[in-house]
Design a protein around this ligand. Structure first.
Ligand SMILES: O=C(O)C[C@H]1C=CC(=O)O1
Length: 93
C-alpha cells in the first residue's frame, strides 16, 4: 500500500543545540534505514518550510502507524497521511 505523508516539524525554541543535533541525527539514521528497506522510497523537502512530503510503501495502515510513531521527531511533528490508490489513467499500471 502506498501513502503520501506530509510531516511538519516544530522543534521547541528552547531545545539545546546538542539535543537538537542528536535528535536530527537519529531521525536521519531512522529515515535512511527505512529508505534502504524500500519502505520510504521518496522524501522531498517543502521549499521554505521545515516540512517534507514523503511516499511510504508498506503492508498495512498499522505498519505505517508504527513507523511514524517511531520517528525520533514524532513528538514534534504534525503528520498528515493520504492513502493512495492506482489511477485508471496511469499508463504505468
Ligand atoms: O527533516 C524533515 O523533514 C523531518 C525528518 C524526516 C526525515 C528526516 O530525516 O527528518
Amino acid at each position: 500500500m502506498k501513502y503520501l505523508v506530509r510531516m511538519n516539524v516544530s522543534l521547541p525554541r528552547d531545545l539545546a543545540e546538542d539535543d537538537r543535533q542528536e535528535l536530527v541525527a537519529r531521525e536521519k539514521q531512522y529515515s535512511q534505514q527505512l529508505q534502504r528497506e524500500g519502505k520510504w522510497p521518496q522524501i522531498w523537502r517543502v521549499v521554505g518550510q521545515y516540512a517534507n512530503y514523503s511516499i511510504f510503501e508498506v503492508g498495512t495502515h498499522d505498519e505505517l502507524h508504527q513507523i511514524l510513531q517511531g520517528l525520533p521527531l514524532f513528538p514534534f511533528m504534525d503528520i498528515e497521511v493520504t492513502p493512495l490508490a492506482a489511477h485508471p489513467s496511469d499508463i504505468k499500471s
